[in-house]
Design a binder for this molecule. Structure first.
Ligand code: UD1
Length: 363
């Protein structure tokens, strides 16, 4: 009997667990699938809750990297990923999105001459001051198979001279959301817990380094929250809380009457709230897409986005941290129809990826 090829997935942060969920199921049909969790996210609500809710197999390796500066975190990740890959000797490594875990895993694999497949290739903000932009550009250039989700992503890759082994794959985040639609009840007890009515609150998140690490940007964020009349539910990322404390802003945020600051929420609870919010206000890339898919308008707390299609469709407003842009956006009519195409030729993204990997590895 011939042995199945060995595929390694390296994940470490929330959005990667979400993408891994549908792919892990599909990949194990044809391959031996090994999961490496880098430990970049380690709190229960940032990690374990995703594995249990989304029924992701427990990681085979946990590198326990934890937090740190970008350089030292990436350096530790590189060293530990290399050691794990040397002992596993996989036929291919799958990396997801744009975190420090993504880049370190890709670099470790490239140096061991192991082919890499990059999921969510080709996204660009064209801002090199964002750690994610550096991670995605370098990862794309190291990869042998590039699964891109949108035509814009393909254009970006071609403009950088990457022309081979590009594959339109749809979007794994939509695939898993679709599978979970029935699991988060429309009118769950969550709204009671936060004492809000459907369509009468805004769900807020903010965690990007360029926002949460800057005193000036956090002060602007406070003004945005103060300028909003509706109840605000804010599941705050630990990084943001840490910085609000550091800049002595947390007590001022707590004084905002209509604002509830709560711990990060597990995936299904987040989708439940998102699906009933009047607006989603966020600097997260994944939430811009999820809001779009759920037919909720998004107020994006950044001047640009990698998901330009959500803006041209009239459902995502780039308000940055400007109160006047916020006011203008709140007056805009919201288009509820239309969705990003996420299945290609009626195939699920995970199936497209499994087939492409099988083709790539054919002797
Ligand atoms: C990372 C990704 C970002 C992604 C986000 C999803 C990079 C450069 N950034 O950002 O692209 O959108 O994940 O959430 O990789 N912390 C905890 N508990 C945890 C995890 C983090 O307390 O479980 C705190 C630590 O204080 C840490 C800080 O959050 O210093 C930042 O965590 P880190 O994983 O480095 O980056 P994120 O901001 O989460």
């Amino acid at each position: 009997m011939t042995k199945k090829p060995v595929i390694v997935s390296v994940v470490g942060a929330r959005p990667q667990f979400v993408k891994l969920a549908p792919l892990a199921r599909e990949i194990s049909k044809s391959f031996r699938h090994i999961i490496i969790h880098t430990g970049q996210h380690y709190d229960f609500n940032m990690s374990d809750s995703f594995f249990s809710q989304l029924k992701i197999p427990a990681p085979d390796y946990n590198l326990g990297i934890g937090s740190g500066g970008h350089g030292s975190q990436t350096g530790r990740l590189l060293e530990k990923c290399e050691a794990a890959l040397l002992s596993i000797k996989p036929d291919m490594v799958l990396v997801y999105g744009d975190t420090n875990s993504t880049l370190a895993a890709a670099l470790a694999a490239a140096k061991l001459l192991i082919p890499i497949a990059h999921i969510e290739a080709g996204l660009r903000s064209f801002r090199r001051d964002m750690p994610e932009e550096v991670n995605r550009v370098l990862t794309d250039h190291l990869s042998s198979l590039l699964f891109y989700p949108t035509p814009t992503a393909k254009k970006n890759l071609r403009a950088e001279g990457i022309k081979k082994r590009l594959l339109l794959s749809g979007d794994l985040m939509y695939e898993i959301l679709d599978q979970c639609l029935k699991r988060f009840e429309k009118k769950g007890p969550l709204l009671n817990r936060y004492q809000v009515e459907p369509e009468e609150f805004i769900l807020v998140t903010l965690h990007r380094a360029e926002n949460s690490d800057s005193l000036e940007r956090l002060q602007k964020f406070k003004k945005i929250l103060q300028a909003t009349q509706l109840p605000l539910i804010f599941p705050a990322h630990p990084r943001t809380i840490k910085n609000l404390k550091k800049y002595k802003l947390l007590s001022e945020f707590k004084k905002i009457d209509n604002l509830q600051i709560i711990p990060p929420l597990p995936y299904l609870e987040m989708l439940n709230l998102m699906s009933q919010a009047k607006y989603v206000m966020t600097d997260s890339g994944g939430m811009q897409k999820e809001a779009f898919f759920l037919g909720r308008p998004c107020l994006t707390l950044r001047p640009e986005t990698e998901w330009v299609e959500t803006v041209t469709a009239g459902r995502n407003f780039l308000i940055d941290l400007s109160v006047s842009k916020l006011r203008r956006a709140l007056k805009q009519p919201v288009r509820r129809r239309g969705t990003l195409k996420y299945k290609i030729n009626n195939l699920q993204p995970s199936e497209i990826m499994r087939r492409a990997i099988a083709n790539f590895l054919k002797p």
